[in-house]
Write a protein that binds this ligand. Structure first.
Ligand code: UDP
Length: 455
């Protein structure tokens, strides 16, 4: 039997590249070859961050390639509206050409395209070329429920047919049975910066939902225990989470491939020297930024906790440390091997922006979460973590809109001492992790996908 070749296409953002890369590594472990297609811009970053590791990547199993995203070298890729527009105009043709080249070169024929939901148009390309498809949804299933129900929300007059939101004030709405009530304003519309941009993104996402019926495989990085309601409301959405790197012995899985920044592994030996269950881990994902005042409060709040800390301050941070900041009890890195960090026995608490990957990684390691959401699904995730799962606490802003140093210290102390949250986190970890052990639901779903692919 020939080895199936899978083409994986992430949306160009770290929080989308990571789960699809993890899924790709799992497919390699299950006997597939994977061609991982980044945009040219991301490809350069991903390869650049690998340093010498690049030479040991076994390209016969996991091949990293790229196509243009349609933007110029100096265009702002954080402008999601512009990026989505450019991608939709350019990438389908480029992807088609790439696939034809793979086939012409006599490499294996591509048997499956696994695309991020936000690259749904890739399924149209696949369908045109007679290639099967699967979609990966990289956020909570509940939010998929929001997008999936957009036609109904248009009928109900909550969204206009142009992608605009008709709600002008905060309002929690009932979307559909099984989907937790939520305020759509918390998602793409208002926090996209300006509404025109938000509308472009929503129109783009609505377009992506049109490709859904081209495949039976709607994969999601979640589990039944975490999101029973949304999964029962959308039975076609298949949980395959938690998507965690296995850091195994095979060359394709031994490295954290796909990072935008080089991982600073020195923090692992620093962690080894800390007392068990003592360290506060602070990381806000790949694009959260603070203004100088908030950065000062964060730094001084970390000092005030008087605990060992590991703090990720990315290289694109433009803020300076306040003069009074000592940082003497901790370590600051530009980019951490986050999954390894969260799995380390010295980690006691994770101060997080509640990105879905960070959330899943925290829950899978039984680490209580101190939630400081910023944007998009993070607001929903925070509410779910604190109010529903009860494995974390949120930080509150003061009357100036800042999370003060005292508030940080208070909440860190509270979380370190909350036995209930601690034990619930560990119980939840066991339930979540069972999904990816033998006989677990998510592992079985992945096996079903691979068997279907090999048929
Ligand atoms: N991450 C990492 N090292 C860091 C910070 C983050 O490897 O120092 C990874 C983290 O493990 C997660 C991803 O970056 O897989 C961030 O995704 P998430 O959805 O949490 O947030 P986003 O970056 O999309 O806001």
């Amino acid at each position: 039997m020939s080895i199936p070749t899978v083409l994986a296409l992430p949306y160009p953002a770290q929080g989308h590249v990571n789960p699809l890369m993890t899924l790709s590594e799992k497919l390699v472990e299950h006997g597939c070859k994977v061609i991982f297609v980044n945009t040219d811009f991301d490809h350069k970053r991903v390869v650049g961050s690998m340093g010498e590791q690049q030479d040991s990547l076994d390209e016969s199993l996991l091949k990293l390639v790229s196509i243009p995203d349609g933007l110029g070298p100096d265009d702002d890729r954080n402008d999601a509206g512009k990026l989505c527009d450019a991608m939709q105009n350019t990438m389908p043709t480029m992807l088609e050409k790439l696939i034809e080249d793979v086939h012409l070169n006599g490499d294996n024929r591509i048997s499956l395209i696994v695309a991020d939901f936000c690259m749904g148009w890739a399924l149209d390309v696949g369908s045109k070329l007679g290639i099967k498809g699967a979609l990966l949804w990289a956020s909570p299933a509940a939010l998929f429920g929001l997008l999936y129900n957009i036609p109904k929300l248009i009928d109900d007059g909550i969204i206009d047919s142009d992608g605009g939101l008709t709600l002008t004030t905060k309002k929690t709405i009932h979307i559909s049975q099984g989907i937790p009530e939520m305020d759509p304003r918390d998602f793409f519309w208002l926090n996209m910066g300006d509404t025109i941009n938000g509308k472009i993104v929503i129109k783009y996402l609505i377009q992506c939902t049109r490709s859904l019926n081209l495949t039976e495989w709607w994969l999601c990085n979640t589990t039944n225990e975490l999101e029973p309601g949304p999964l029962s409301s959308i039975p076609k959405l298949v949980p395959i989470g938690p998507l965690l790197r296995s850091y195994g012995d095979t060359i394709a899985t031994a490295k954290s491939i796909g990072q935008y920044w080089e991982e600073d592994l020195s923090c692992m030996s620093w962690l080894d020297q800390q007392p068990h269950g003592s360290v506060l881990y602070v990381a806000f994902g790949s694009f959260t930024h603070f203004d100088q005042n908030q950065f000062n409060e964060l730094a001084l709040g970390i000092d005030l906790t008087n605990r060992p800390f590991l703090w990720v301050v990315r290289q694109d941070n433009k803020r300076v440390y306040p003069n009074e900041f000592l940082g003497s009890k901790g370590k600051i890195v530009g980019w951490a091997p986050q999954q390894k960090v969260l799995n380390h026995p010295t980690i006691a608490c994770f101060l997080t922006h509640c990105g879905w990957n960070s959330t899943m990684e925290g829950l899978s390691n039984g680490v209580p979460l101190l939630c400081w959401p910023y944007f998009g699904d993070q607001l929903y995730n925070k509410a779910y973590i604190c109010d529903e799962l009860k494995v974390g606490l949120g930080v509150d802003k003061d009357k100036n809109g800042l999370v003060s140093r005292m508030e940080l210290k208070r909440k860190v102390d509270q979380l370190f001492n909350d036995e209930n949250i601690n034990s619930r986190s560990l119980e939840l970890k066991d339930k979540v992790m069972k999904n990816i052990t033998n006989g677990g639901r998510s592992l079985e779903n992945l096996n079903r996908l691979v068997n279907w692919l090999k048929e």
